[in-house]
Design a protein around this ligand. Structure first.
Ligand code: FHN
Length: 589
């Protein structure tokens, strides 16, 4: 046990209290709708449809390596008539909904998202809108969505559907099929009105309460996306909507942000997010792809995702006959064994305030820090830098009665690890700490004649300002409308001198003309947001030269100059570059 010492950066100490993660700027009612999503962390994605029957091969030709098997119709430009004929004979007789739900449960997954319609336009449920569905079109005649929804409820798994609302290669007016249909003659509005929206209505009215609807390959316009959102809200107000409902290059619509496929953000974010990931290299089943991730890899990905405040939606691709590939089952069962022992360090936890470690990651819940050691350090000591709290007691999650020795030196907490009890994937150690886990911020430092690079990852937000991810531009800070909505950084200046300040941001038309303030120590720059063209069209702007007069700590803060209705900007970075005519630092004498 120890008392936290005095930090050398005491004047600029800041704390990040993330004990109960609840993204800033959300109304309480919104936050409540998200409660299960925030808690559950781990879901099963199921990509299944007639493409599974082809298993990555069309007329003796293999789908190019690295291509997703569910895209086979588009990759080979298979004519609608031929693809329909193939689907007509599909009979997945081994399908057993209970097996899916039981596997999800055994793996520790809490929600299941099944492709009710993927881009090929085929409905995996009994649609009255289109006869091109599993019940009417195939000899199988069973409603897969219905059976899965019932099995999930029996197993306590939250049931959710994926629906490809924009892309539809079967419908003459849907998006994406240019080989059968002339794009210039398509009436996309008709497709929305007569197929996509009515099918969504069927899913929202025929299968009980849905946890969420997972849309994909977002709508072009906000107006179109809002029709889908409105329908969900009208029919099932509690049902969540994923971020891909809208255009990826516009402001996030829906309840949470999706990473790109298999994506992992560089750091934690201030909003809800989820990453969809594959177990091998494809979503739909391919007989050619046997590159399965190991249980350890899946566990470590899960820990990494949860340590950054996200959810992990992990895919299985059932085969043509309805069986789940044996390697998927084996991996998920192993992951489930780990979850049964260690789930406490995953469910209901929040992002780790103290970043990433060479030996693993961490998650937090209440006044506990869960240290996930991916491997045992050679000297048997787990070192945790930047944790501000006093540690009351430390132990391995599996052996709470056996206390571990803890010491602290120069701001680093050191835990003596046992030699036994190591797990494949991650071994979890618990620190019970005084108060909510908080980080001592690492100041941003500079190298010799080197700039300060201030970005969303090494800064912090306050008020309504949020660190966010977008699919085009990586991280940005957004949702700031008033002076209290701030981004700030603590710097440790080692080379006083003159510095040129540059800022990079993207601004949509409505934000142009808004005033913002950059405070650097005692200096204040007031600037106006300029046009960059588009939502995520980032540009850099020169803000002039400032003087960093003294060595030591200094704070940089950016915020809107006054309150307004519109967002300020999507902030990318601020650069402080040594200003010299000769290329050398303009030093202060
Ligand atoms: O095109 C789809 C793909 O087939 C798969 O469904 C993934 C899952 O996230 N989403 C799209 C690509 O991003």
């Amino acid at each position: 046990m120890y008392q936290s010492g005095i930090s050398p950066f005491a004047p600029v100490l800041l704390t990040l209290a993330l004990g109960v993660f609840q993204p800033a700027g959300l109304a309480a009612a919104d936050a409540d709708r998200m409660a299960w999503f925030r808690h559950d962390k781990f879901g099963m994605f199921v990509h299944w449809g007639p493409y599974s029957r082809l298993a990555g091969e069309w007329k003796g030709n293999r789908i190019p390596p690295g291509t997703e098997a569910e895209w086979i119709m588009q990759r080979f430009n298979i004519p609608v008539a031929e693809y329909r004929a193939m689907a007509h004979g599909w009979n997945p007789v081994k399908f057993d909904a209970a097996q899916f739900a039981k596997l999800a449960r055994a793996a520790g997954m809490k929600y299941l998202v099944v492709t009710a319609k993927h881009h090929d336009g085929f409905a995996m449920y009994h649609s009255r809108v289109s006869a091109y569905n599993i019940v009417d079109w195939t000899p199988f005649h069973r409603d897969i969505v219905k059976e899965l929804s019932e099995a999930c409820r029996r197993e306590g798994i939250r049931f959710c559907v994926y629906y490809s609302h924009r892309e539809d290669w079967d419908d003459p007016n849907g998006y994406g099929n240019h080989w059968d249909y002339d794009p210039a003659r398509k009436d996309f509005e008709k497709y929305l009105r007569e197929k996509s929206l009515p099918q969504l209505r069927e899913l929202l009215t025929g299968y009980g309460p849905l946890g969420l609807v997972w849309f994909d390959r977002g709508m072009d316009t906000t107006e179109q996306a809002k029709r889908f959102i409105d329908l969900v809200h009208e029919l099932q107000p509690e049902c969540l909507i994923n971020g891909r409902v809208g255009n990826y290059s516009h402001e996030l619509l829906g309840d949470y942000q999706n990473m790109n496929d298999n994506g992992m953000p560089a750091g934690g974010m201030d909003e809800y997010w989820e990453t969809p990931q594959t177990l091998n290299g494809t979503w739909g089943y391919s007989k050619f792809d046997q590159e399965w991730k190991t249980p350890a890899n899946v566990i470590q990905r899960m820990v990494e995702i949860v340590s950054k405040g996200g959810n992990y939606l992990l895919n299985i691709g059932p085969m043509a006959d309805g069986a789940i590939p044996a390697p998927s089952v084996a991996v998920l069962e192993k992951v489930g064994e780990w979850m049964r022992r260690n789930g406490d360090s995953i469910y209901g936890t929040a992002a780790c305030p103290v970043g990433q470690f060479p030996w693993g990651r961490c998650t937090v819940k209440g006044e506990r820090v869960y240290l996930h050691a991916f491997q045992r350090p050679a000297d048997g000591v787990l070192r945790v830098g930047g944790l501000r709290n006093q540690v009351k007691v430390a132990y391995a999650l599996q052996t709470p009665g056996r206390k571990l020795e803890v010491s602290r030196e120069n701001g680093v907490t050191a835990i003596q690890l046992p030699a036994q009890g190591w797990e494949e994937g991650s071994t979890v150690f618990v620190l019970e700490v005084a108060g909510k886990p908080e980080a001592e911020a690492e100041p941003v430092t500079q190298g010799s004649d080197a700039p300060f690079h201030l970005d969303p990852v090494n800064g912090r937000t306050a008020g309504g300002a949020m660190k966010r991810f977008n699919r085009d531009g990586g991280f940005h800070i957004g949702r700031w409308t008033k002076p209290e909505d701030q981004a700030s950084w603590d710097l440790l200046v080692s080379q006083p001198g003159r510095y040129r300040v540059r800022i990079r941001y993207a601004a949509s038309r409505e934000w142009v003309g808004r005033k913002y303030v950059v405070q650097l120590g005692g200096q204040r720059l007031e600037k106006t947001v300029e046009a960059t063209g588009e939502w995520y069209a980032y540009q850099s702007f020169d803000l002039g030269v400032v003087t960093l007069a003294r060595k030591g700590p200094m704070r940089v803060v950016i915020h809107p100059a006054e309150a307004g209705k519109e967002n300020l900007m999507y902030f990318g970075w601020l650069l402080l570059e040594p200003e010299t005519a000769s290329g050398r630092l303009g030093r202060i004498d």
